[in-house]
Write a new protein. Structure first.
Length: 74
């Protein structure tokens, strides 16, 4: 599995969906360059937008998502 990457060392590519670490919480978020930053589903912990998404303000680390398991249905 991947290691956590500090945002001070590197950022994911624009539009990548990754795991994020922010104040002890691990979440799935999408990274957008520019003034948007990290965006994920809103759960009331950060700034909630009207469309049900949230903007993460204090992501300190991120890592790539693991590979999905094989479909057991064959």
């Amino acid at each position: 599995m991947s290691e956590w990457i500090s945002v001070e060392d590197a950022m994911p590519s624009h539009g990548d969906t990754v795991l994020t670490y922010s104040y002890g919480d691990v979440s799935v978020a999408e990274y957008h360059r520019g003034n948007i930053g990290w965006v994920g589903l809103c759960d009331g912990k950060d700034v909630c937008e009207a469309d049900g998404y949230r903007v993460y303000l204090h992501v300190s680390h991120w890592m790539n998502l693991p590979e999905a398991p094989e479909d057991e249905r064959g």
